[in-house]
Design a protein around this ligand. Structure first.
Ligand SMILES: [Cu+2]
Length: 328
């Protein structure tokens, strides 16, 4: 009896330890900070999808683009930013003041830009920020985000041509990335992209080489399929190389090809409209409001509250993970 009890205890402990990496607590781009002012939630941000803090799990899905329900839906305003200046990304789990993300969701932070006229379609995305893992400090970018309560400053490249752009921010959580996406229900990296709309001012002329999203990540990339619980001596940040200001060689080839590509993706926008010009994209920037952070009371926010893993587990997509998270 004694032996049996001990072994079932051991079994339970092993079960718990094997489940620990499944803990879920997701995140989304909640607001932007520009010129030292944190804007209202969702301002200049493309509409969040239904359960906005849920991850994209298939790196080949069109959801990887902006994690929005509809790529034809524009942000309600443009935010003006001077090239070369900083912008503050603010990620939260469930709105202003909530934690950034579950600390178990370790992984890199990235940011990309693309001309707004492309609506994200084609080889248009260039990476402007990346922070992965530092073996010296043993810190992931997500460790820093957790510590900063969700805030991260990034710099808009100083030499890019002025105009309207999409800014795509992203956290990739690797807590279940020891198995390749598709291997089982919870396997693979979790992607947390969102897009904002910026009007960049400045005197630059650079139009950096771009890459297609989806397409930048493969399930087997070394920075995507990785066991982060093994000792880590290095980490390869996934995606294309980061754009180095001053290094743009090509001119507007990307822009032209982006405009001519219409149906290469099955995203609602690109599939439905033959030209990005028909998309309801604001053409004139509106002044940046200096409103203090306001809790958004729109429908998507309501949905998010319902989908907190701890409260309404059944509403959540990752029921297995959610349930274990709840129980643990
Ligand atoms: Cu999660």
């Amino acid at each position: 009896m004694k032996g049996k009890s001990a072994s079932s205890k051991l079994g339970f402990a092993l079960l718990l330890s094997s489940l620990a990496p499944l803990a879920s607590g997701h995140t989304y781009l909640t607001s932007l900070g520009i010129n030292g002012t944190q804007l209202a939630e969702e301002k200049c941000i493309r509409p969040w999808w239904k359960n906005e803090n849920y991850p994209v799990e298939d790196p080949n899905s069109s959801d990887l683009l902006c994690r929005t329900k509809d790529m034809t839906a524009s942000a309600t305003s443009m935010c003006g930013v001077t090239a070369g200046s900083n912008i503050t990304i603010y990620w939260t789990e469930s709105g202003t003041g909530s934690r950034a993300i579950d600390p178990s969701h370790l992984g890199p932070c990235l940011a990309y830009m693309a001309p707004l006229s492309s609506n994200g379609s084609g080889d248009v995305w260039f990476k402007i920020y990346e922070d992965g893992y530092d073996p010296a400090t043993k810190l992931w970018c997500v460790d820093k985000i957790v510590k900063s309560k969700g805030y991260l400053d990034i710099t808009i490249p100083a030499d890019i041509a002025p105009g309207d752009y999409l800014l795509r921010t992203e956290i990739i959580a690797l807590h279940e990335a020891d198995r390749v996406y598709g291997a089982d229900k919870s396997a693979g990296a979790q992607y947390y992209p969102n897009c904002a709309q910026l009007t960049i001012s400045g005197t630059g002329t650079a139009q950096p080489r771009g890459y297609a999203i989806p397409g930048i990540y493969k399930p087997t990339d070394p920075g995507i399929h990785i066991n982060i619980y093994d000792p880590m001596h290095s980490y390869t940040i996934p995606g294309p190389p980061k754009y180095v200001p001053g290094s743009a060689k090509n001119t507007n080839a990307n822009i032209v090809s982006a405009a001519s590509i219409s149906n290469t993706q099955t995203v609602g926008a690109s599939a439905k409209s033959s030209s990005s010009a028909t998309l309801p994209i604001p053409t004139s920037p509106t002044a940046i409001s200096v409103a203090p952070p306001v809790v958004n009371t729109g429908p998507s926010q309501t949905t998010a509250k319902k989908c907190s893993h701890r409260k309404s587990v059944r509403k959540c997509k990752h029921q297995r993970k959610a349930r274990f998270h709840f129980e643990l």
